[in-house]
Design a protein around this ligand. Structure first.
Ligand code: BES
Ligand code: MN
Ligand code: MN
Length: 455
């Protein structure tokens, strides 16, 4: 049998198994799900063993466990280390889901569930690729699997694991399916990810909540001050105003910008899919550029005062916000967090007190188009999809990728198969079955091509 026909004749079982994994609410951010996160880790381990791995085990961490598995066939052959995550984002708001987030259903050629695309569905393709290659007697290289349970909360314990387990994780390349492609008609390979600085802000005005009639007009309102301060972080061209923010931004070359402008991106369809009349962003850059080669700043949440039913005439004591900045090479998460904090405190009027608390962060990453890993990925796509993939940078972040380079000296290939319509982190997250099965085949082909290049 061929790889393709093995996948074809086992596709129903593959989907049933994926559903088992999707039924476990492994929400890493919420401690109430700690037991479920552990159950998901156990399940991943079991699936690895069932797929033929010689070894698979859980490594406990101060947070959620890391699953490690391997199948080593010959020390003379290259070793590919697959990374993925079995944790998922919270499913809220629940009322916006058409079917319950942890009761996977297949509809219109897609599987709907939290984690269907990010990243259980994509990670699971690698386990099924392992099974396929094993059953077909075609495993061309050594495979290692590092599947974590804390990606969605910043991968805080994985860095230490990389430092402690250099021998265990020895490999030639890292392979990750946790990103997307432009479209099924125009497959792409992700060549860059943005970094991240995430912060929480607390603004305090008066020492207690006040009557807005007795004090309104005479005492600064921290919510309004916070809103003004946030607004001032961008100018009329949507340029970020924090001094030094752009200092280390590596400008994309004219050639890269030219190639991006030729990418088959349909702005009208993009707007229609989000029900937007107009897009918005930094002047002088296209939509694709704004979410890939340019840094950005967004408020993720803002709250304070009275938001319950009816009215309460209050001048609140405190206001809060959560804010994130996406970073590009060669910005540093730590430096940007510091620049933000200094600037935000500097612009605060004397009528309020400002606290800025850093959360997690991560550095941007770039893949070289001339690396063996990229070339193997390109060949795999060309073979399986019959189309030469377009190199594309993406806007999301996978903080561990830059640490793979720093701690293990390894390059990462981002061989993701998600689509924008997958709605990751949103209600009704889904993954196209077409992409799931094509992904398994493309991964099998990647291993083959990578070994051929390394010979
Ligand atoms: N898989 C995503 C990252 C991603 C999404 C990359 C789309 C490229 C395209 C990952 O699970 C994720 O959500 N990462 C977080 C960062 C983390 C520190 C919480 C993100 O980008 O917000
Ligand atoms: Mn992910
Ligand atoms: Mn995610």
């Amino acid at each position: 049998m061929s790889v393709k026909s093995y996948i074809e004749s086992n596709k129903d079982r593959f989907l049933e198994e994926l559903k088992e994994l999707l039924r476990i609410p492994s929400v890493s951010a919420d401690n109430q799900y700690k037991g479920d996160v552990l159950r998901a880790a156990e399940k991943v381990k079991d699936f690895l063993l069932q797929a033929g791995a010689d070894k698979a085990q859980l490594y406990p961490t101060p947070g959620h466990p890391i699953v490690y598995g391997e199948q080593l066939i010959d020390p003379a052959l290259p070793t590919v280390l697959v990374y993925g995550h079995y944790d998922v984002q919270p499913a809220d708001p629940l009322n916006l889901w058409d079917s319950p987030p942890f009761e996977p259903v297949i509809k219109d050629g897609k599987i709907f569930a939290r984690g269907a695309s990010d990243d259980k569905g994509q990670m699971f393709m690698h386990i099924k690729a392992l099974e396929t290659l094993n059953r077909e007697g075609k495993l061309p290289c050594n495979l290692k699997f590092l599947i974590e349970g804390e990606e969605e909360v910043g991968s805080n314990n994985l860095e230490q694991f990389l430092k402690d387990q250099k021998a265990l994780l020895k490999a030639d390349i890292i392979l990750v399916s946790d990103t997307g492609i432009l479209s099924n008609e125009n497959p792409s390979i992700t060549t860059g990810l943005r970094g991240l600085s995430y912060l929480e802000i607390e603004v305090t005005g008066p020492s207690r909540d006040l009557h807005s009639g007795m004090y309104g007009g005479a005492v600064a309102n921290p919510i309004q001050i916070l809103a003004q301060m946030i607004t001032s972080l961008k100018d009329e061209n949507n340029h970020i105003t924090i001094p030094g923010f752009y200092d280390n931004v590596q400008e994309a070359s004219a050639e890269e910008r030219q190639r991006m402008s030729e990418a088959p991106f349909d702005l009208e369809a993009y707007k229609a899919s989000l029900k937007l009349k107009e897009v918005a962003g930094e002047k002088g850059y296209s939509t694709l550029e704004r979410v890939s080669i340019r840094p950005s700043l967004d408020v993720n949440g803002i709250w304070g005062g009275y938001t319950g039913e009816g009215a309460k005439t209050v001048l609140p004591s405190k206001a809060f916000a959560k804010l994130s900045m996406r970073l590009v090479p060669n910005q540093s998460s730590e430096k940007i967090t510091q620049l933000f904090t200094d600037h935000f405190k500097r612009i605060a009027p004397a009528s309020v007190e400002v606290i800025v608390k850093p959360h997690h962060g991560g550095e941007p990453a770039l893949t070289s188009l001339t690396s063996d890993g990229y070339k193997a990925a390109e060949k795999a796509f060309s073979t399986v999809w019959n189309k030469r993939p377009i190199p594309m940078r993406e806007g999301g972040s996978i903080p561990i990728v830059s640490l793979f380079k720093k701690e293990l000296g390894l390059d990462t290939v981002l061989l993701g198969f998600g689509l924008h319509s997958d709605a990751i982190h949103s209600p009704n997250e889904n993954y196209h079955l077409f992409n799931f099965f094509m992904g398994i085949e493309t991964i099998c082909e990647f291993h083959k091509q990578y070994v051929a290049l390394k010979k």
